[in-house]
Structure formats: C-alpha cells, structure tokens
Design a protein around this ligand. Structure first.
Ligand code: FES
Length: 192
C-alpha cells in the first residue's frame, strides 16, 4: 500500500515551482537585434569610394578615386592582332613563298626549293630515296651537310633538338625540319 503523504508533498512542491516560474519568469531576455547597428558601423568604417553604384567596381568602370586605378586610354588588356603563337618557319602565306636554288651534290642535280617546306620533303618530291626516321628533328637519320658554311645561314630549323652549335657551324642540318632561306649546296646522308 502506497503512503499518500510523500506523493502529496512532491506534487505540492512541483506545483509551487511551476507557479513561481510562471509568475516570475526565468530572467532570460531575448538578445537585442543588433544586426542593423553592425551593418551601419561597418559602412561608416569604410573609406569613401566615390563610386556611384556599389557594383561599379569592374575594371574600367567608375570615375577613379577608388582602389582601382583609372583605365588610362582603355587600350590595356587588348590582345595584339595578327600573328600566331604557334607559327613555325613553314607557316608562310602562299603569296610570300620564295624559291632558292639548291644543289644536291650526291644526286648531281640543282632544284628550286620553296621556303615553306622542309628540304627532306622537297627532295622526296624529286623521287629521291633520302634517309629519315622520326621526321621531327629528334634523331639524326636525315642529317645532311651544307658545304657553303654554317647551316643556319642557309636554312631555318623548326625545333631541331640534336645538333649542337659546333655541328650547325660545320654546316650540318636535319633536313626533315630545315626550311631553305637561301641558295646552297648540300650533301645528303651526312651526319656529324
Ligand atoms: S628524321 Fe629524325 S631528325 Fe630528321
């Protein structure tokens, strides 16, 4: 059998606490909304920019006086016209192609070579079986020797990676990537 006295006492105590809390409150107050105040304080701390619109901060916009300098004449940043970053010695407009007389000593013939095609290709066009392997200036299979002087006085190489300065000065050239720039005599199949 339960004793009703402790239960009644507990109920009275609980009721008392609830009543006191309801009447007096917990003492907690919601914090004041200070967001407007913070925004205003921040706005006041920023220097005056003079820009008419907040979004007018793009380069070239605004009237100066801000952090971004005025854009001068407005010509900065424009891409240069004409020219291509990847233009090679063979990228010559058709109406500017020139021809040079080249004597192929071993073949015993002199032919006119265009300056927009490698020596090797133009020699093959003659029907000659000229040596080659990579056709990219990365071996010396196609090497030949210009007998008139330093090879780079007579041809322009397109990224040859095998011949050093002395070999070039001795007239050696990689015919697969060598574009004629003058008339000369060449011994094909001659490597340093
Ligand atoms: S074929 Fe290889 S460098 Fe010319």
């Amino acid at each position: 059998m339960l004793n009703p006295l402790p239960i009644a006492l507990a109920a009275i105590a609980t009721l008392t606490v609830v009543l006191v809390s309801t009447v007096k409150g917990t003492g907690w107050e919601p914090t004041e909304d200070v967001s407007d105040e913070i925004i205003e304080r921040r706005a006041n701390s920023l220097p005056e920019t003079g820009f008419p619109e907040p979004g007018n901060r793009a380069i070239g916009g605004g009237g100066g006086g801000g952090a971004i300098p005025a854009g001068g004449e407005g010509g900065e940043g424009e891409l240069e016209e004409g020219g291509s970053a990847s233009a090679g010695p063979g990228d010559i407009p058709e109406d500017e192609v020139e021809y040079f007389e080249v004597e192929f000593a071993k073949q015993g013939e002199t032919v006119e070579l265009a300056n927009d095609e490698p020596i090797l290709e133009q020699g093959e066009d003659q029907g000659w079986d000229l040596p080659y392997a990579c056709r990219q200036g990365q071996c010396v299979s196609c090497a030949g020797q210009i007998t008139d002087g330093p090879s780079e006085d007579f041809v322009e190489h397109d990224n040859q990676q095998m011949l050093d300065e002395n070999e070039l000065d001795d007239g050696y050239t990689l015919t697969c990537v060598a574009y004629p720039r003058d008339s000369f005599t060449i011994e094909t199949g001659e490597a340093p």
